[in-house]
Write a protein of this length. Structure first.
Length: 211
């Protein structure tokens, strides 16, 4: 299957601080590709650069075989590529402390888990309708069962790539670079990825590609 989106050797800086360093990945048409990484790894920077919100200092972004590197955001959208960012809404009348207390309360409730299920079910339906999806997520145990392929980003570069089954052969690597305790996260990842159906004819012995 041909790649619909290709990112090649991308460098992005915030002033003198490097955010992406030679990052490369591709998204096949019709696939659901997951980009996994901890906070600050470069996930949002990657999406914002692809969407035209940031300009790279080096590298190339192609969409449907057209070079969109550095193109204005409205032109990227018109070309058919849309960015759907995560919302971080706050309750305006409340203080910062009250918003934090409200968030802490909500995180411990079953409604939060139900909301996550709703969001990921919507992503599954969008993908099933034929939309190519690049899913940026920190929770590997939720994202990997949905994905056809996945990339692990750390400090602005891709350090591992492959199918969920391939990444399952090195779950410690995934857990460590997501800031998780391997003793807890590895069994959870193995259970989650074990539910993913491998591609017909796939090589079960193929290891995850690492950089």
């Amino acid at each position: 299957m041909a790649a619909i989106l290709t990112i090649s050797d991308l460098d992005v800086r915030y002033g003198t601080i490097p955010a992406l360093s030679g990052l490369s990945l591709s998204v096949e048409e019709g696939s659901l590709t997951a980009l996994l990484g901890a906070n600050g790894a470069g996930k949002s920077t990657t999406l914002n650069t692809v969407a035209g919100l940031l300009r790279p200092t080096r590298g190339r972004v192609t969409f449907q075989d057209r070079d969109i590197t550095g193109r204005a955001a409205h032109r990227v959208t018109r070309a058919g590529l849309a960015l759907v960012p995560e919302g971080r809404l706050v309750v305006a009348p409340l203080t910062v402390l009250e918003n934090l207390e409200l968030s802490a309360f909500a995180r411990g409730r079953k409604r939060t888990a139900a909301l996550v299920d709703v969001v990921f079910e919507a992503i599954k339906q969008i993908h099933a309708a034929g939309v190519t999806v690049l899913l940026v997520e920190q929770n590997a145990s939720i994202a990997l069962p949905l994905a056809d392929q996945a990339y692990l980003i750390h400090r602005g570069d891709i350090i591992a790539a492959g199918t969920p089954e391939e990444l399952d052969r090195n779950p410690d690597l995934v857990a460590r670079h997501l800031g998780l305790d391997p003793a807890i996260a590895v069994p959870e990842l193995e259970r989650a990825i074990g539910h993913h159906e491998p591609e017909p004819g796939g090589d079960p012995a193929r290891p995850a590609r690492t950089a």
